[in-house]
Each structure stands twice: as structure tokens, then as C-alpha cells.
Design a protein around this ligand. Structure first.
Ligand code: N01
Length: 494
């Protein structure tokens, strides 16, 4: 691999869907002077890192892929992680931009230089000066370990779902899984048959709908490959089908009653024991937390070799887990499936803006807030992909990512056209954007549904999700709106 240049026009951080998509589109737009850095050894981001057994996407692959790189080879409606990773590697290989990717390089800090109007980015491979910084480091990239007394003293194997230790053979072992979120419900059915005993530590029962997954037929796959427009039609139908869920999340949770009934039926189908059924029945509105999908989770909990523990964890000893009722359950291995830092992203602590404060400092008071989830007051020429309030409860993040990439390209083209060296959203534009978002947020099921979730920050504000349709997001970011920005022209900058 070539050495990292000291100066570049655009530095992209992260080589997941966001960074890879940005690199391809930058190149297509004639912006060839860029590099992409990633701490991992290949592209893929979260799909490279999450290799736990059962990892799969819960958004259909036809939609969970780049619009400009359809994949006729998807084997099923919901692809498993290895297929998604192979897809991303394939897209990268054929894109012609991989020569500008630098793997095994972590960003340790970045600071805006107000004199030279550039970003000085410190990395594990040296310092890079860039006019523009694009962060595609993702909202679910930093595993969150629970703060449990004694966790560091555990003498068996312990690892996070996003850092699966494939050297550990779980066959015949006593295993505990902490957490019952999207990752855990995929892991549990995948390991339950091989372990001697499984303890599942549930803090909150999630809503789990049936998973309508199936292998594509040979005819469908031939159609995807050879019939023009066939795959696009599939994608479009899935897209619009998913958009119909939006009113239930953002306006009237009662619309989701059929989904709730299907989820309750899923419990009935998977579990016979009334006591266990009661334990797994959620006590909040469906949609308030991410809706999960699985046909195998409840049957896995119902097995005689599984114990669902709903008492809170008090501590971890060198040999097991103790709950608040005083029971200690001895285990050989603990799988920590407790999620990620979402509202306090570690990268925010390393990016210093115009006045020397980090994104984390600026957001400490009122929570994450940006303009169009992409740019932030005080941080000129910083573009975040999957920034504040861009997450979805119902559809594909790849759609959001592509919308943001288009906005960034439009910004770069506008800057070139107008001779602008630096752009930064006005405080007024940013405040108006967030006031509107938070007003809309009030009536969403994420606020009214009676749950605590990673969507909300410590102030109780939802700073992670987009509360409208995805086509509205796309139309809002269609063109770069220079009038919402303070600018520095090139003459002034020089
Ligand atoms: O994490 P989570 P995840 N003691 O935060 C529990 C995406 N994803 O890795 O609900 C005990 O959802 C916590 O309990 P509670 C998707 O966007 C996508 O599963 O907070 N338990 C919860 O049960 C998803 O939303 C796919 O009360 C503790 C669990 O740990 C996101 O990743 C697949 C605890 C954490 O659930 C994160 O999912 C997988 C503690 N101290 C993931 N702390 C796709 O298919 C936390 N918990 C695309």
C-alpha cells in the first residue's frame, strides 16, 4: 500500500458503506484528490466487524445495497453478513478507487486550522492536511461494554458481539448472553444447539416480529441478472412498502396494531410456557425500540437448556454472573451483546472545530445537533455521513447514505463554482432544522411509546433518528443550499 500523503483535498474516514460510497462518487464527479483511511484491514465497516454467528441484515438486500451497484447474486431476501461483506469487497474491487484506501490507519484527532482553512488530521500513520473532512465512521462502530462490578475479573472467555472471538469453541460450554437486542437475538438461536447451557440476561423484552426470509428461486436470480429493470422493480417495491411504515412510527402508533398482533402471535408460536411468554412480552409500544425480526429466537428461549434471566445483574465474579436476588450462575463464557455508543460517539471527542472545542464539547450541553445530519456549526468543511438524526427504524441506511453523499458532492461542486474555500452552516439554519426535528419528534412512538432506547440521549432527546419519510430526507438534501451557510471565499482564505 502507498504511504499516506501529507496533503490531500479530501480525507474520508471509514471504509464502510458510507466511506466506500463517498469514494466511488467523488471519483465519478472528478474529485480524484482524496484518500480514505480505515482502522480495519479491508472495506465493510460494521459488516466487516460484526462476524458473530447468525449475523444478517434485517433490511432486505435488494434495498440494503448501493443503487448504483445492484447485486444479482443475493441468495436470499435477507442476506447473511458474509454475503454483504463479499458484496462490499466486490464493489470496492471493481470500483477503481481502492488505490486511495489506506487500511490499518486510525484517526486519533482532527483540528480545524482557522488560519490556513484546513483540517489537520492526526492518524496512526502520520498527519494529513485536508481541505475537506468527510466522516463515514458510522453510528454503530464503537462497542459499548456494560459497567458491571467485577467484569474485569471474570476468568472465562468474555467478548462483545461486535468483536467475536472465533478461537473460542462454544461446544458443550456454559454460556451467558447479556442483552436481547438485534445482535443478541441473532446470536442466541445460532449457538443454542451447541452449548451445554445458555443463560440469556434480558433487561427489557424486545418486540420480535416473524422474519419473512427465503432463498431466491433460480428464476428470480436469472431475472435479476438478465431481465432489464426486474431487480430495480423489486427494489422499488420493497422501498415503497417500507415507507408505508412511517406514519406508525411518526404519527399514530395505533396503525402498528397488526404488527403488534403478529409479534404477539410470534411469541405464542415459539413458546408454550405461559410464564416464559409473560417474561418476553414487551411492556411498551411496538416501534419505540428497534423492531426485531426472528422466527428462531423464541424457540431458542423455550429450550430446556436455556434460562431466561430477568433479574438485574448485580455483579460478575471470576466464574459467573450474580443477579440482584443473590443467585450466582456459573458460566465458561460471557457474550456481551449490549450495543454501541450511539449518542456519544467516540470520534466526536477527537474532532476540534473553529474555536478549539470538540464536537463532543459542543454537544455536551444539549446533545448532538447538526444541519441536515451532515454539517455542523463551528466545524467548517466537515461533512458527516450518518450524522445526527439520520438513523432509521424502518428502511435502509444505504438510502440515507447515498442522499448525504449527493449533498456533499453538490456542496463541493458549488464551492468550486463560487470560489468558496470553506462552508459552515449558519447558527440560524442549524437551529431551525433542529427545532423542526424535535417538534416532529414529540409525537413519534420513540418519544411516546414508554421505553428507554439508544435512540435517546442523556437529556431524553432523540438525536439519532430521522422522523419523516426517507424521500423527504432525500429531497431536503437534493441540492446544496449555500444560503444556509457562512462561507469563506478563496481570495479571503489566501
Ligand atoms: O444493541 P442494542 P445491538 N445489563 O443496543 C442490553 C443494529 N443491528 O448490538 O433494552 C443488561 O440494540 C439492552 O437492554 P435494554 C441495529 O440498528 C442491526 O443488539 O437497554 N443488559 C439491549 O437488550 C441495532 O439497533 C442488525 O434494557 C444490557 C441490549 O443490551 C443496533 O445495531 C443486526 C446492559 C443492547 O441492544 C444495535 O444492536 C444487529 C446491561 N448493563 C444490530 N446494557 C441488522 O440486522 C445494555 N443491555 C441490520
Amino acid at each position: 500500500m502507498s504511504t499516506l500523503p501529507e496533503k490531500v483535498r479530501i480525507l474520508v474516514v471509514g471504509a464502510g458503506f458510507a466511506g466506500l460510497g463517498a469514494a466511488i462518487k467523488l471519483d465519478e464527479a472528478g474529485e480524484h484528490d482524496f484518500v480514505v483511511v480505515d482502522k480495519g484491514e479491508t472495506v465493510g465497516g460494521t459488516w466487516r466487524d460484526n462476524t458473530y454467528p447468525g449475523a444478517a441484515c434485517d433490511v432486505p438486500s435488494q434495498l440494503y445495497s448501493f443503487s448504483f451497484a445492484p447485486n444479482p447474486s443475493w441468495s436470499r431476501s435477507f442476506s447473511p453478513q458474509p454475503e454483504i461483506q463479499a458484496y462490499l469487497e466486490d464493489v470496492a474491487r471493481t470500483s477503481g478507487v481502492l488505490d486511495r484506501f489506506h487500511f490499518g490507519v486510525s484517526v486519533t484527532g482532527a483540528a480545524w486550522d482557522e488560519t490556513d482553512r484546513v483540517w489537520t488530521v492526526d492518524t496512526s500513520a502520520g498527519t494529513v492536511v485536508a481541505d475537506v473532512l468527510i466522516s463515514g465512521s458510522g453510528g454503530l462502530s464503537e462497542p459499548k461494554l456494560p459497567e458491571i462490578d467485577g467484569i474485569e475479573d471474570f476468568r472465562g472467555e468474555i467478548f462483545h458481539s461486535a468483536q467475536w472471538n472465533h478461537d473460542v469453541d462454544l461446544t458443550g460450554k456454559r454460556v451467558a448472553v447479556i442483552g436481547t437486542g438485534a445482535s443478541a437475538i441473532q446470536i442466541i438461536p445460532s449457538i443454542v444447539e451447541k452449548v451445554a447451557h445458555l443463560d440469556v440476561y434480558q433487561r427489557t423484552a424486545p418486540w420480535v416480529m416473524p422474519r419473512h426470509d427465503r432463498a431466491y428461486t433460480g428464476i428470480e436470480r436469472l431475472g435479476f441478472r438478465f431481465v432489464p429493470g426486474f431487480q430495480k422493480l423489486y427494489r422499488t417495491a420493497i422501498y415503497w412498502g417500507r415507507e408505508t411504515f412511517v406514519p406508525a412510527f411518526t404519527w399514530q402508533p395505533k396503525i402498528a396494531t397488526p404488527a403488534k398482533l403478529a409479534a404477539l402471535k410470534n411469541i405464542e408460536r415459539g413458546i408454550a410456557d405461559p410464564e416464559l411468554r409473560a417474561k418476553v412480552t414487551p411492556d411498551f409500544e411496538i416501534g419505540c425500540k428497534r423492531i426485531l425480526i426472528s422466527n428462531t429466537y423464541y424457540p431458542a428461549l423455550a429450550r430446556s437448556s436455556t434460562t431466561l434471566v430477568t433479574d438485574r445483574i448485580a455483579s460478575i465474579t471470576p466464574t459467573g454472573i450474580v443477579t440482584t436476588d443473590g443467585t450466582e450462575r456459573e458460566v465458561d463464557c460471557i457474550i456481551v451483546a449490549t450495543g454501541f455508543y450511539t449518542t456519544d460517539q467516540p470520534i466526536a471527542h477527537g474532532i476540534k472545530g473553529r474555536d478549539g472545542r470538540t464536537l463532543a464539547d459542543v454537544w455536551a450541553e444539549h446533545g448532538m445537533a447538526s444541519y441536515k445530519g451532515t454539517t455542523t456549526r463551528g466545524f467548517p468543511n466537515l461533512f458527516q455521513i450518518v450524522g445526527a438524526n439520520t438513523g432509521l427504524g424502518h428502511s435502509s441506511m444505504v438510502f440515507i447514505i447515498e442522499s448525504q453523499i449527493a449533498y456533499i458532492l453538490s456542496a463541493l461542486a458549488t464551492m468550486k463554482e463560487r470560489g468558496v474555500a470553506a462552508v459552515e452552516p449558519t447558527q440560524q439554519a442549524q437551529d431551525a432544522w433542529n427545532t423542526d426535528l424535535q417538534r416532529r419528534m414529540k409525537r413519534t412512538v420513540w418519544s411516546t411509546g414508554g421505553c428507554a432506547s439508544w435512540y435517546l440521549d442523556e437529556h431524553g432527546r432523540n438525536t439519532t433518528l430521522w422522523p419523516r419519510t426517507t424521500f423527504t430526507f432525500r429531497s431536503q438534501l437534493k441540492r446544496f443550499d449555500l444560503d444556509a451557510y457562512d462561507t469563506i471565499t478563496k481570495e479571503l482564505a489566501s
